[in-house]
Design a protein around this ligand. Structure first.
Ligand code: MN
Length: 503
């Protein structure tokens, strides 16, 4: 047995003992593994590793996301058609139509060239990808698992190619993960891509943040001890942990005009996370926290349980004065909300799968109420519904031309982040969708490098830049006449009310 063979069989052995007895079809997965080994025989990745280990990593990630056997099998087989010379017919014969369709979907998405962004072709490609997603969301989840492992092994590529893939990851895949509510994956993809796309800035943030992370860590540790004892006095079960703000999002925050690289203004470089059993425990926990640490006036509490974020995110955030008057963000949520926040759609899928199994307690599953937040992803769902209406799959390619997203446009920040907005949206809508704080500094706007009026109607592919004032500027009541998003409308009204009734 060569050392390669040995490595390959050892790695699979580990995976097999991981999945054994955990509700997946171990025999079918093993069969996929044997198939992939033959298809990728002798192939190597650019890192020098046997190719088939890449397939295994993808399958493993899908298992971690608690996806079904078909997804894991398709994950292991995902490159056998494109790189391994297998035929779709072989797959459907060996593993069934469902798996074959999943692999085919992943292969098709891989053909979509997403690079060379910010033109019409790019938007069209983005649309195709969304259509593929709507057809079967598992296709996108497999693709995301694939991309994650590719990013982890990017060092095997030459820097120019690696840089392009990293840029695409930042522009497309990370925002897509975010939109699917997969916060953990988004953070991971961002941070893997960051050093390749903005290497100087990456080094700068890395070096300058080190001391702040270290200080925050010890500070959080002190607060954790105080809180744990308070929670036990109140007999409330909880898990408390610290979470580091991921580097890429730290950088983006540092770049904001209201922060301007002042680390003192960043209150969530480390946040505390308190996990409890039920929603009512969340509010009890909030009471206990505020009993020890006072909330910071004005910026204190955001209740995303009462009002979830558009991607379904639920949690209570409170900014409190910790020890030595340091401001610290504390996030309070249930275990379920946490699972949902970390794994988003994948979590939803896992529970939907549970539901279809017999003998599962319906009531218990209802309580998890994943469906509720899933519906927040309404435009994805709309696409899915529309897709179902297309009976003849031959119409598929034609259907791509039919503008399913005609009510949405996609615009870009100067850094290449994608924002989706309703048709007719203006630079002001854009500013509010980037961040409420940006909206307090609007002086003017540029679209594709040219100055435009604030009521200028954006179109897909526009690169939008907000020209900022130096100091906070209250929104103008006139903006209400042309903004399109409810987010902008309600924020403008809120800020105007505040100005009328200063506290
Ligand atoms: Mn792959």
């Amino acid at each position: 047995m060569s050392s390669d063979d040995q490595l390959i069989s050892e790695e699979y052995g580990k995976f097999q003992s991981l999945i054994m007895g955990n509700g997946v079809d171990v025999d079918m997965i093993r069969k996929a593994w044997e198939f992939a080994k033959i298809a990728h025989f002798g192939q190597r990745r650019n890192t020098g590793e046997p190719f088939v280990l890449h397939a295994l990593e993808v399958g493993k990630k899908l298992y971690e996301w608690k996806l079904d056997t078909e997804s894991i099998v398709a994950g292991i087989l995902h490159d056998t058609v494109e790189d391994g010379g297998a035929e779709k017919e072989d797959l459907s014969k060996e593993f069934g139509e469902e798996v074959a369709v999943l692999v085919d979907g992943v292969t098709k998405i891989s053909d979509i060239k997403l690079r060379g962004s910010m033109n019409e072709e790019f938007i069209e490609n983005l649309r195709k990808m969304f259509l593929a997603m709507a057809k079967d969301l598992r296709v996108i989840l497999i693709k995301l698992a694939d991309r994650l492992h590719n990013m982890k092994t990017l060092h095997g590529l030459d820097p120019a190619k690696g840089g392009r893939i990293a840029k695409e990851t930042l522009e497309i895949y990370a925002p897509l993960a975010e939109r699917l509510g997969m916060g953990q994956l988004k953070a991971e993809l961002d941070d893997l891509a960051f050093p390749y796309v903005y290497s100087d800035e990456y080094k700068k943030v890395l070096n300058q943040s080190r001391a702040f992370y270290k200080y925050a860590e010890s500070h959080i540790e002190k607060m954790k001890r105080a809180l744990l004892s308070a929670f036990s006095d109140f007999n409330l079960k909880c898990t408390i942990s610290g979470r580091k703000k991921h580097l890429y999002s730290l950088w983006k925050k540092l770049e904001r005009p209201d922060i301007e690289w002042d680390f003192e203004k960043i209150h969530d470089i480390m946040a505390m996370r308190i996990l409890v059993e039920t929603v009512s425990d969340c509010y009890k926990a909030l009471g206990i926290v505020h009993g020890i640490y006072k909330p910071v006036p004005h910026i204190g509490i955001s209740d995303f349980i009462a009002q979830p974020k558009p991607n379904g995110y639920r949690s209570i955030h409170t900014k409190v004065f910790g020890h030595e008057g340091k401001i610290v963000e504390i996030q309070i949520r249930t275990y379920i909300m946490h699972e949902e926040a970390e794994n988003g759609i994948a979590a939803h899928w896992a529970y939907a799968g549970e539901k279809s199994k017999k003998g599962v307690d319906e009531e218990k599953l209802e309580k998890l109420s994943f469906g509720k937040s899933f519906s927040k992803l309404s435009w994805v769902k709309q696409l899915a519904d529309w897709q179902k209406e297309i009976k003849d799959t031959k119409d598929y390619l034609n259907a791509v031309k039919f503008d399913a997203l005609s009510s949405r446009i996609f615009v870009f920040s100067p850094k290449g982040d994608v924002f989706d907005l309703p048709v007719g949206a203006t630079p002001v809508d854009y500013a509010f969708s980037v961040h409420t704080d940006l909206s307090g500094y609007i002086k003017g706007a540029k679209v594709n490098g040219k100055i435009v009026s604030l009521d200028h109607q954006l179109i897909s592919g526009d690169v939008v830049e907000i020209i900022k004032t130096k100091n906070y500027k209250q929104p103008s009541a006139d903006w209400l006449d042309f903004v399109k998003t409810t987010q902008a409308k309600s924020q403008i009204e809120k800020q105007l009310r505040k100005a009328d009734n200063p506290i």
